[in-house]
Every structure is written in structure tokens, then in C-alpha cells.
Design a protein around this ligand. Structure first.
Ligand code: KG4
Ligand code: ZN
Length: 340
């Protein structure tokens, strides 16, 4: 039998504030390097202009490190995969231009990847976990997106529901900001919530039609609630931080969880896979694990390394596209609002 030559993909992700590069040998990750941009912490959110400048500084050393860690020489690469969108245009342009130039210089194919597809297909990266079976429901919970997606094959993804306003991660970050927590606030809320009572404070669940969700009204309700209580007691937040975090986290999760339940009833699909930064949240992970036992669902939780933005997830989509020769063109450009 003739052994098939392995495929080596260099993947590049620069859609927001993480400059990332990974090398994959087929579906196996050989290296996964991320340079986080700490500069945004001082502003309590991502400053697009600063993000693109930092990508410009980071991209060469990050790619260099990814190749070295993988033990791969540039000339052994089979293709370059890059995030075309969605994301911040100035950030995407850095990764896109770099990927195009390198693919031209090495004379190897260029593969465009949708960032959202990357989050959901990260479950197909080779590890000890079983991969999802088609069709499954992909749940993207990140700083920029909140989506319920029917995934019928690697390339057939249909959005069933989305947020009508803010993303769940954005709601975590904005609520954390008003409580004086650092950026991004999601992991801080997660940590404090472990010590608090999720039933201490009751917040409303905003209504949204069908399988859509809404988060902006919730954020306003939290801000008003905090201001009202601070007027009576200026140390209200410090004295109740753990309970506040636990109650806020509980409600943010409940909003999406209700729609996941409804999506399962509606489609009859009981296998789900979550992706995106908020997939690292311990409250959400535990809730889904419990639901798997209670309702007999099959739930896939990504390893922590593949929850927040990374290039390995771009590489796995690149690998599937390489196998089907779905290559991109050199005149393609970064696209800030790229649908699934
Ligand atoms: O997927 P991601 O890295 O970037 C986007 O594509 O948006 O997600 C970043 C988001 C941020 O809003 C961050 O606060 C949130 O993921 N996040 C978390 C946790 N870790 C990251 N939210 C809640 N709990 C966490 N443990
Ligand atoms: Zn993301």
C-alpha cells in the first residue's frame, strides 16, 4: 500500500486582539502559538488601531516560533490557511497580507477560513476526545458572536439563531467593567462566581423571538441595579462581588441555555458542540455536563487551548479544505462581516 504524504498546514489567525499561528500535520496540532495583546487592558476593551499595530509587530516572531516548535521548515509546508473574517478589518488585513505573501513566496496554495467555522470545527482536532457526529448543533459563544448553528458536514453550516444585539462574551466583559474587573472580564467573573451564590440576586431574562437571544437589555439592567445599590451603599460591589458574579453568570448562561434546549426540541438533534471564548466558562461547562446526563444529550466541550481565539482551529478547517482542494485566490481580501 502506498502511504499518503502528510499535509502540513501553517495557519494564521489575527481577527481581533490575539496574534496566533499554528502548524498542523493533517488533523494533529504540532504547535499552537498565541501572542496576547495586553495593551488593551488599560482601555477596558480592544482598541482596533492598536490591535492592528500589535499584529504587525507580532506576526513574524509568532509564525517563526510556530514553525520552530513544530520542527518544520517553511519549504515543507503544503499550504497556508488564514482567517479571512469576520473580525476587525485592520487586524484581519495583517494576517491576510502576510498569508498571501508567504503563499506566493513559497508557491503553495492559500486557504481562506471563516473564523466562526474555525471555532466550531476545532472539535475535529485530533486528541483523546471523540469527534462530533453529523448533524450536530454548534453553539458559538464568544466576545463577538453568539450563534446556534446546524452543522450537517464540515462545509454545511446553517445559522438557526443568533444574538440580536450584544454577544455573550461582550455582556460578560461589560458587566465586569462596571464592577471594576480587568479586561477581558469573563475569566474574572468565572473565578469570583465559584465563591458566590447564583440565586443571591435575580436579573430578568430578556425575551427574543425563536432561537435568537438578546443581551444588551440585561447589561443595562445590571448597570442600573448596581448604581441604585451603590447610592445606598458605596461599597455594595466590593461587599457582594462573589454573589454578583455568580448571579450575573447564572443569568447570562440561562439566556443561551434556554435557546439551546429549544433548538434541541425543535431539530431533534441531541448532539451539541460549543466553541468560542465563553466555552471556557466553568458555569456553562458544568451546566451542559449536567444537562447531558439529565436529558441524555451528547455534549462536546473543547479543550481550553481551543476555546479563546487560536490558529489551530483555523488550521483544522484549512486541512479539510486542502483535502477537497478548496483553495483561495490571491485577489481575495479580508472581510470584516463574513457570514458563515
Ligand atoms: O473567542 P474569543 O477569544 O474572541 C472572539 O472571537 O470574540 O472570545 C473572547 C471572549 C471574551 O469576551 C472573554 O471575556 C470571554 O471570551 N471569556 C470568558 C471566559 N474566558 C474567556 N467568558 C466567561 N468565562 C470564561 N472563563
Ligand atoms: Zn473567536
Amino acid at each position: 500500500m502506498i502511504e499518503q504524504k502528510p499535509c502540513y498546514i501553517l495557519a494564521i489567525e489575527s481577527s481581533c486582539d490575539d496574534t496566533a499561528a499554528a502548524v498542523l500535520k493533517n488533523d494533529l496540532v504540532l504547535s499552537n502559538i498565541i501572542a496576547n495583546q495586553t495593551i488593551h487592558e488599560a482601555y477596558g476593551g480592544v482598541v482596533p488601531e492598536l490591535a492592528s499595530r500589535a499584529h504587525q509587530q507580532n506576526i513574524v516572531p509568532v509564525v517563526d516560533q510556530a514553525l520552530k516548535k513544530a520542527g518544520i521548515d517553511k519549504k515543507d509546508l503544503s499550504a497556508i490557511a488564514y482567517t479571512r473574517g469576520p473580525g476587525l478589518l485592520g487586524s484581519l488585513l495583517v494576517g491576510t497580507s502576510f498569508a498571501k505573501s508567504l503563499s506566493m513566496a513559497l508557491n503553495i496554495p492559500l486557504i481562506e477560513v471563516n473564523h466562526l467555522q474555525g471555532h466550531l470545527l476545532s472539535h475535529f482536532i485530533q486528541d483523546e476526545h471523540p469527534t462530533p457526529n453529523f448533524p450536530f448543533l454548534g453553539i458559538t459563544v464568544s466576545g463577538g458572536h453568539t450563534q446556534i448553528v446546524r452543522v450537517s458536514s464540515h462545509f454545511s453550516l446553517e445559522e438557526l439563531g443568533t444574538t440580536l444585539d450584544d454577544a455573550i462574551g461582550e455582556a460578560f466583559d461589560k458587566c465586569g467593567k462596571v464592577m471594576g474587573l480587568g479586561y477581558p472580564a469573563g475569566p474574572h467573573i468565572d473565578r469570583h462566581a465559584k465563591e458566590g451564590n447564583p440565586a443571591a440576586f435575580k436579573f430578568p431574562i430578556p425575551k427574543a423571538p425563536e432561537l435568537n437571544v438578546s443581551y444588551s437589555g440585561f447589561k443595562t439592567a445590571v448597570i442600573n441595579f448596581l448604581h441604585k445599590n451603590q447610592q445606598k451603599n458605596p461599597s455594595f460591589i466590593e461587599e457582594n462581588l462573589a454573589d454578583l458574579c455568580a448571579s450575573i453568570q447564572y443569568t447570562l448562561i440561562e439566556i443561551i441555555f434556554e435557546k439551546i434546549k429549544r433548538a434541541i426540541e425543535h431539530t431533534g438533534i441531541t448532539e451539541i458542540a460549543i466553541g468560542g471564548g465563553v466555552a471556557a466558562n466553568s458555569g456553562l461547562r458544568n451546566k451542559l455536563k449536567d444537562a447531558a446526563t439529565k436529558y441524555n444529550w451528547r455534549v462536546h466541550l473543547p479543550p481550553f487551548a481551543y476555546t479563546t481565539d487560536n490558529a489551530a482551529m483555523i488550521g483544522i478547517v484549512g486541512y479539510f479544505k486542502f483535502n477537497e482542494q478548496r483553495f483561495g485566490a490571491l485577489d481575495q481580501s479580508a472581510t470584516a462581516r463574513l457570514p458563515l
